[in-house]
Design a protein around this ligand. Structure first.
Ligand SMILES: [Zn+2]
Length: 447
């Protein structure tokens, strides 16, 4: 039975059909798309009777955005004074490895609520998160999953396993991951997914790596791991193991179709070949890379080699509209050629992220098609220049990205209607975070 009928939209389906339907409608029920077509046709269907009508009034109607790499736990660093790091390792030591140790379980909850709320506001309906809270490991993924359930978005969660807090800390991370993978597998909403999170090869010794590979095999899962974000990751791998990071991950059996290798900035052609041969996904995070001054990943070369490269934000934002634009400017700047990168960035955000999410959640996500997931947004972008399937990417990258989102729907449920978020209370959550943050910052300063 239909529950929602979006009418009079400029519908961009993306996906294999990549259709544009002017004065289009989308009929939704049971979390799926039931029908899609011209408003006059869809509205006449007998099963559309009684559905809640949302008039898009000419605005763009399209699939919700997908963020392929995020860190909810970074939320409480907003405004936090930390000693500036002069290189990537110092940034980790001075900021992130202190902030995560300062987090309580309650901090983890608000740290997830705020970026998820902002995701709903900017039309991001699926997020792959990588979580760390070394002094509040057990129960952290379950607590974040509760926020995901309440919010209505989809999320793939993992705990960042690492030896940097001792082998006991690593074992606790493995236990938390095992429990959450079971929880995600038992979930019936289709909105929760789990991976095995590794910080990075440089903080994982042989024994922990072996245990993690076993966990992935036992659970038929994949890894979500930072790869060669800084040169230090490669230097560590070569000095300790006599091989480069991707070679080490390949040797232990960590690469594969379910594994997400994040960043991959300092990798060689041979490492790219290994990623391509094993079907490993790479996720690019341009804003974070520029902020940390770690270099520009060779995404054009990776895409040419057939690697599925997706787009994430690395905790910088929940807004994929902002991220894709920054990714495009970085390509222009890096190649000193304004012709480079448009199709690649559009492909990463609109095609590859959709494939990554569809594979993970086992349903069609990131395109509007009958039987697919009803993750739909209405953007305030009313096309004021011709819109067709030939220029839909251009309308999205230069129109939709520059306009507010009006309505966000995930799994057939309205999460934000006409800019009012219905599932999470913005003011209550921010007030709660503001009460917690001073103590979190005190713990941070004492570390
Ligand atoms: Zn990251």
């Amino acid at each position: 039975m239909a529950e929602i009928l979006i009418t009079h939209g400029s519908v961009i389906t993306l996906g294999k059909d990549n259709r544009v339907i002017l004065d289009g409608a989308v009929l939704i029920g049971g979390g799926k798309i039931i029908a899609i077509g011209k408003t006059e046709d869809v509205a006449k269907r007998p099963d559309a009777k009684g559905a809640e009508v949302i008039d898009a009034k000419g605005r763009v109607v399209m699939p919700g955005f997908i963020c392929a790499h995020h860190h909810f736990y970074s939320t409480l660093c907003c405004g936090l004074a930390s000693k500036p790091g002069s290189n990537f390792v110092e940034v980790l030591e001075n900021l992130w490895w202190k902030l995560d140790r300062a987090l309580s379980l309650e901090d983890c909850v608000v740290s997830a609520q705020i970026p998820i709320l902002r995701a709903i506001r900017c039309g991001t309906t699926t997020i792959f998160d990588h979580h760390a809270s070394p002094n509040a490991i057990r129960g952290s993924l379950h607590a974040i999953a509760d926020v995901v359930r309440e919010s209505g978005i989809r999320a793939s969660l993992c705990y960042e396993i690492t030896d940097r807090n001792g082998l006991d800390g690593a074992d606790e991370g493995i236990a938390e991951s095992r429990d959450f993978l079971a929880e995600a597998k038992a979930d019936t909403t289709g909105r929760l997914h789990g991976l095995v999170g590794l910080h990075a090869a440089m903080t994982i010794g042989k024994s922990t790596m072996d245990k993690c590979v076993k966990l992935v095999r036992d659970t038929d899962s994949g890894f979500h791991v930072h790869v060669a974000e800084g040169q230090a990751d490669q230097d560590d791998s070569v000095s300790k193991y006599g091989m480069r990071v991707v070679e080490r991950l390949h040797e232990v059996g960590a690469l594969g179709k379910k594994t997400m290798a994040i960043h991959c900035i300092h990798i060689t052609d041979h490492e790219m070949d290994l990623l391509a041969q094993t079907g490993t996904t790479v996720v690019h995070n341009p804003q974070s890379n520029m902020n940390n001054a770690v270099g520009a990943a060779r995404i054009i070369d990776m895409l040419k080699k057939g690697i599925r490269v997706g787009l994430g934000t690395d905790g910088m934002t929940s807004d994929m509209r902002e991220e894709v634009r920054n990714g495009l400017w970085l390509r222009h700047h890096e190649h000193k050629d304004p012709r480079v990168g448009f199709m690649e960035l559009a492909t990463m955000l609109l095609k590859n992220n959709a494939a990554i999410a569809s594979d993970a959640f086992g349903q069609t996500i990131g395109s509007l098609e009958v039987g697919g997931a009803a993750d739909v947004i209405i953007s305030d972008h009313i096309p004021f220049t011709p819109l067709s399937s030939d220029n839909a990417y251009g309308q999205i990258l230069f129109g939709v990205t520059a306009a507010p989102v009006d309505t966000t729907i995930a799994a057939g449920k309205v999460l934000m209607k006409h800019k009012e978020v219905l599932t999470l209370d913005d003011e209550k959550i921010c007030a709660h975070a503001a009460r917690l943050a001073p103590d979190t910052w005190k713990r941070f300063a004492a570390l």
